[in-house]
Design a protein around this ligand. Structure first.
Ligand code: SAH
Length: 258
């Protein structure tokens, strides 16, 4: 903290006007250019304000709001963007991809929390995430679930998520570099499947790997010439039930890995 300026005694002459800042003043100003860690982003208060806004916007799922209050979103984005981390905005994470807006993430996680098996257990069970990106949503999921398996097709982002989640001890999170359209059959079935990228249709593998009582939440092309919509699929004992919610805008679900 810079020292508070001393009160000037009335006896001193007024400071002369100078076209440039005196050196000492410039040094003091430079000292005030504090790094991100000093901007208050580390404080829980800034996340609580974001959570209050989400609550005001109608997100009512307390466990999800608590997870959003805990995970430091600014640590998952580039330092240059850190000051925008708690605004309700998507942000670039490199390689043409984006981290979704907090309100969209909150809505998707709240939908998972409202699934039959989460309601029965009070928590999310085994989660499959497609599109690890920078690892932010995987971190949130790990606070909300028994285990998370997250797949990313772009190696640099897979590595970035791994770096961001290094030492993350909140839950069981596994990251895989691969094509998430195939899901991950060896560990199926999953109680929850959530995708951060949208394709023409929901891949067959996801539906096959969804447990009974489980729920899938993903963006998908509407197919009627419109853009993407958010799709919720529940697997009940008697089969699959699909709901289409409002319009969304996610990056495309692509095939293969790079
Ligand atoms: N949940 C992420 C959001 C990342 S954006 C976060 O919190 O940062 C969506 C991601 O999906 C991108 O990184 C993109 O590369 C990835 N993606 C697109 N198609 C994919 C596929 N078939 N398999 C795995 N990841 C895919």
């Amino acid at each position: 903290m810079p020292a508070a300026p001393r009160a000037r005694s009335g006896a001193q002459p007024p400071e002369p006007l100078r076209p440039q800042r005196p050196l000492a003043q410039a040094a003091r100003d430079a000292a005030r250019q504090v790094p991100v860690a000093g901007l208050g982003l580390d404080s829980a208060a800034v996340r609580l304000r974001m959570v209050q806004r989400l609550r005001g916007d109608g997100i009512a799922c307390e466990p999800v709001l608590q997870a959003l209050a805990r995970v430091e979103r600014h640590r998952f984005v580039d330092t240059a963007l850190a000051t925008q981390a708690y605004e309700d905005t998507s942000l670039p994470i490199g390689h043409g991809q984006t981290i979704s807006k907090p309100s969209v993430v909150a809505r998707m996680l709240a939908l998972l929390h409202d699934s039959e098996c989460a309601r029965a257990q009070g928590t999310l069970g085994r989660v499959l995430e497609i599109g690890s990106g920078c690892g932010y949503q995987a971190a949130l999921l790990s606070l909300l679930s028994r285990s998370v398996l997250s797949i990313e097709r772009l190696r640099p982002l897979h590595e970035k998520a791994r770096q961001h989640l290094h030492g993350w001890r909140q839950g069981d999170v596994r990251l895989i570099h691969g094509d998430g359209r195939l899901g991950h059959a060896p560990w199926a079935p999953y109680d929850h499947i959530v995708a951060a990228a949208g394709g023409e249709a929901i891949p067959e593998a996801w539906l096959e790997q969804l447990a009974v009582g489980g729920r899938l939440v993903a963006p998908m092309q509407d197919g009627r010439g419109g853009g993407q919509v958010l799709v919720v699929v529940d697997r009940t004992a008697s089969g699959l039930r699909e709901q289409r919610l409002g319009a969304v805008h996610f990056v495309p679900l692509k095939s293969g890995r790079e």
